[in-house]
Structure formats: structure tokens, C-alpha cells
Write a new protein. Sequence first.
Lengths: 557, 46
Amino acid sequence: MRALDWAVVVAYLVYVIWDGIRMTKHSGNVEGYFLANRSLPWWAVGLSVMATQLSAITLVGTTGQAYSDGMRFIQFYYGLPLAMIILCITAVPFFYRANVYTAYEYLERRFDAKVRSLTSFFFLISRGLGVGVIIAAPSVILSIVLGWHEMTTIFVIGLSTTIYTMIGGVQAVTWTDVKQMFVIFFGLFVCMFVIISQFPAGVSFTDGLTLAGATGKLTTVSLSFDLKEKYTLWSGMIGGLFLFLSYFGCDQSQVQRFLTAKSVSEGRTSLLMSAFLKIPMQFMILLVGVLVFVFYQFTAPPMIFNQVEVGKVAQTAQYQTLKGEFDTAHHTREQAAEHFLKDRTDATKQEYLAADKAFNASRKNAVDYVKTATKNDSFNDVNYVFPTFVVQNMPMGVIGLIIAAIFAAAMSSISAELNALATATTIDFYRRHFKKDATDRQYVFFGRIATFVWGIFACIVATYATNIGSLIEVVNKFGSFFYGSLLGVFVLAFAVKRARPRGAFFGLLFGISSVWVASHFTDIEFLWFNVIGCIVTVISGYLISLTDRGGIDVVEV
Amino acid sequence: MKHTTKPEEPPVEKPDAWWYKVYFAVIVTLVVVIALLQTFTYYFSN
């Protein structure tokens, strides 16, 4: 990183904080602070919805995944457009017309305060920990790539986002999200063109895709029915559908986005914007990873991308031996790639595939050695591929732009999560259980304090998350326990007239328990947990409701 | 960039029939996009 790169990063950070803070004038009352007075246009809300979902780890991890595993991850998003249609028909008009601040507030009207508090509590716990991980993951990577201390990156990302979210409220979150999306897209486009321009003379963009296609890296549709296969058309269309229904329809960080829209129509349009743009956007991010793969066909890649782990073992004799084998494997593959592009026959293709296989085996040996030598079984350097590539190969100025884009992706997600956590804390607990008749000013003040406290909490979680690698897995699993089951409660609320408070309350607990059983005693992949949690919650909630003869009447909203 | 804070007029909601056409367009687009992606995969893999 040179002076120009640092200038770009600093300019981005200063601008985004200033831009967020200046929104404070629109945030004097409760509805202004938490819902922007329901005044935002659909395109701003739509970009905010997409920015919230696109975290830094999605940006960095997806490109790394495409580099190592190809584009099959795109199938994860095939259920998203269908989820958006269902939410446009159900959740958007239900929540909007109910005039609620949080999704869980609606559950009190439909069921009772216990169901509302339980669901909101699960949201606060899972999201509170989740934000810590959202801060930690890019912080670890950027600290290594930029040479900063982890605590520095955590607090630069966490505190700067907390400051503008706390002061500007949801207006700041949304309008900074819009600008951050432009930074991310601009950064990706520039990155893509620079990578292609750095291909050797005579190797075109389509030549690059031919190499990637030959190795299976361009697979975008798998029709396998294997439940143990992570990304297939079916896991995306069914498992992904349930996941996105629960994420966009039951998670306050997303529900709050479309509640800020001017009308039901604008809220629907904002969600449908994601339905149209999400798959092409993910395709573009994955394509960047594939282009990095092509670039490294003709330029020697690092054997291990995580330089901190390399530093621990680089001087050992075995590492040096593996490095020699790796360099030879790369050279052989480079020659085979050139042969294949020059003379596209089955023989040259097989030669290239054999060389690629040997190269992958060589890298796997190195990764296994690092795992053993550092006694770190969970070691995986996929997330380091893209940032390392950027810092080592991008020209001056572009490095700063891409690092700013990674910051933007992190901050756009964190700000929405902090804002949602503060909203649920203020509306579902403080206003509901402690102070029902406070003034607008008091609620906004409490909302700002809650944002600050959640921001500090997230930074503290992030400092632990960087040291305990498995915590990321724990939080992800905890999130998947919650999502499907929570969706089940909303299905009971929206679609099952006979559903009663006791059924919803215990249905949620049964749903979460069933996912715990599935995760501990089966090999089913996590996308299917959302299906299991939802179905168990709905069935058990319905059956319990049937036994509840003294339940309340259905409240029509 | 102008930031509005309060809608000046009550919003006009589009009728359900209009939305069902939009939902149909989304589904058709999804099918077309998946087909295009599959074609893209097939073209460069063979």
C-alpha cells in the first residue's frame, strides 16, 4: 500500500462517517430515528437491502471460494427471487399496515407478549454475536494484509460504523449503504478490468474462461439430490428459499429496511430489486474469483495465502521441499495451459487437467502441512486469496479502492445490524417492559445508547472471535437454529388461523431443538436446517394450538 | 443527492393484478437466468 492507496481508504472512511453523521437532523423523533418517517424511495431501500446482505466476508470469501471451488456457490441464491415474491405477498403488507417498528412487535398483536419477547430475544442474541463475527472476519484478514494489529482493524471498522449509526439512525444506515454499494460495485468493476488487462499477451478473456471451464470452475447448476452436497439447484431452490424467507422476512436487520419505504408498493419494489439483481451481482463477484484463478495460471501464486501462518513454518525443511514441488507443479500447469489454449484438442485438455490436478494436490499437501505444523485443524486460507491478490498485484490507487470496497461491505452490514439491534432493544424491551410513556426524545436517546452499547459489545466479541476460530462456526450454527424456527412462528402468524400463543411459543422451542438434533446427529448440510426448523415449528405449533381451547381470537391487522 | 424526510401526499398503491404480472416476470427471469448460466457453463466447459 502506497500513499495514494492510504489516501483513498482514509478519504472513504472520513466521507462515510461525515455523511452518516449529517443525517442526524432527520432523526429527532422515534419514527425518524428508527424508520426514517417511512419516507425513503424504493431504490435506496433496495440498495440498502442488498448492501446489508453483502458483508465483507461475503465479498472476500466468495471470491476466494470461486478461486478454489468455482462458481457452484451461486446456486445458494436461486431461491432468493421466489422468497422475495412470497414476502411481497405476505410480510411486506402485513408489517407495513400493522404500523410496527419491529417484526416481533407484530407477533404480540397476533399472539402475546411472551412470543414477541422470546423471538426478539433470540434475534438479539444471535445477531449480537453475529455482528461480532461480521467485524472479526474482515478485521483478521485486513490486519494481515495491511500489517495492522487486529485490535486496530476491529475498532476502525466497528467504532467508525457505530458512531455514524448511533448519531444518524436508520437514515444514516440507508444513505451510506447506497454510497457503499457504489463503492463496492465500482471497485469490483475496476478490479475485473485490471485482472483481464494483466493476462499475458495472446490470452483473452474467453481464453481465460475456457481454462476455468475445463477445470469445472464455471459449474453453475448441479442437479444432484444428495443432501450432503452443499450447493445444488435443489438445496438453493428449497433450502435457500427457506433461509431467505426467514432472513428477509423475520430478521429485524432486513425487515427494518423495507419498513422505511414510502408505501407497500415501494417496499415491494425494493425487495424485487434484489430478486432481479442478486444473482447477477453474485455472478460478478464469483467471476472476479475465477479471473484471479486464471491470472494465477500464468503468474506464480503464493503456496499459502495467509502470510502469518506461512511465517510460522516458512523456515522448516519440509515447507521448503513442498514449496519446490509447488513451484514445479505451477510451472508444469502454466505450460500445459499454454499448450491447451494454442491447440484445443482432447489430448492437450487432458494434459492441462492432469497438471491442474497435480497442482491442487501440491497445494493441498502444503495446507495439510501448515495444519499439522501449527496444530490448527480449522486452518483455511480461502478468505485470504482475494485481499492478498489485490495487495500484491493491483496498481497503485486500485489497491486503496478495493480495500475501501471491503471496508464498505463490512460497514454496510454492521450498521444495519447495529441499528436493528438498537431498535429491537428499544421498542421490544425498553418501551414494552420498562418505560411505556417516555417522550420521543427519551426513546431516541435510549436508541443511541443501545447502538453504542451493541457496537462496543460487537467489538469485544470480535476480539475473542479472532482468537477462537471455531466461534465463527458456533455463531453460524446458532443462527441456523434460529432462522428456520423463527420463520415457522411467522408462518403460524400469517397463515394458520388456528395458531395460538402457546403453540407459537412452544413450537419455536421445538423447532430450535429439532435443528439442534439434526446438527448433532446427522450429516445434513446447514441449508436444510432452515427447512427442518420451519416445518417442525409449524407442525408442533399447530398441534399444540389444537389442544388450547381457551386461546385468543385471531387479530386481523 | 436529495434526502426526503416526509411523504407529502398519501402513497398510491398499485393494484394486486399489476403485482401478479411483476411476480410472473420475476419467475420467468429466474428461469431464463438459470438457463443462461447453464448455457454459459456448457459453452466454456466443452
